[in-house]
Design a protein around this ligand. Structure first.
Ligand code: DX5
Ligand code: ZN
Length: 222
């Protein structure tokens, strides 16, 4: 089985004064998707980007703009993030009481829907949603900050991969992914590795090496 994962660098670890150049450097270095962490200072403690920033970034993203919404409520913002050019819009299952409506609204806006779940949320929380999504983001840290340690949720990743069966749904892992944790996540069933710290460490001259190392580590999973 080919386990070579996609690598999605999180620009949360980028130079905030140079996002366009950073995205181009990441794609030249082999990034498959560009992961954009939207935080609202409410659902998570930190505050990051809005739709205007995503719209500005769009011109620099030649691959896939994967927008992770760590916001509540989600629904009032869907249209603006769709207009901003998101390819994937991921909402947290914990972010509101009407997640089907949210995911349907994302699809209706012409964007691929994703659902994210926090480390403390069980796999069954996304089971009723698998008919509505193209992506499941299994958080491997509590969202809100880069640079946190990977939480061992491999059993949950495996349970979700089993629930998905042969449906064409990506399983992302997000948080604390490096060359040591990537094989654990891929062995459990992840096929998209989101990484901030492990990609950006060392500066632009090291992005290609860091991305290749993550991909190789993931592919080595047994
Ligand atoms: C965490 C974010 C992640 C984060 C990953 O709230 O969703 O995307 O940037 O960063 P690292 O790889 O540093 O854990
Ligand atoms: Zn993220």
């Amino acid at each position: 089985m080919n386990r070579t994962p996609k690598i999605a660098p999180s620009i949360l670890s980028a130079d905030f004064a140079a996002f366009g150049a950073e995205v181009r450097a990441l794609e030249t270095a082999g990034a498959d998707w560009i992961h954009v962490d939207v935080m609202d200072g409410h659902f998570v403690p930190a505050l990051t980007f809005g739709p205007a920033m995503c719209a500005a970034l769009r011109a620099h993203v030649a691959t896939v703009m994967d927008v992770h919404l760590m916001i509540a409520p989600v629904d009032p913002w869907i249209e603006q993030f769709a207009q901003a050019g998101a390819d994937i819009l991921t909402a947290h299952v914990e972010a509101g009481p009407h997640i089907h409506r949210t995911l349907q609204a994302i699809r209706a806006a012409g964007v691929r829907p994703g659902v994210a779940l926090n480390p403390g949320t069980p796999a069954v929380a996304v089971e009723p949603l698998l008919g509505l999504v193209d992506v499941v983001n299994v958080m491997t840290v509590n969202p809100g900050f880069g640079g946190q340690a990977f939480l061992p949720v491999e059993d949950k990743i495996a349970a979700i991969r089993a629930m998905i069966g042969d449906r064409p749904i990506h399983v992302e892992v997000d948080g604390g992914i490096d060359a040591a944790t990537a094989p654990r996540a891929v062995a459990a069933g992840a096929d998209v590795l989101i990484a901030g710290t492990a990609v950006f460490r060392g500066g632009p001259g090291t992005y290609a090496r860091n991305i290749a190392a993550l991909r190789a580590a993931g592919a080595s999973a047994s």
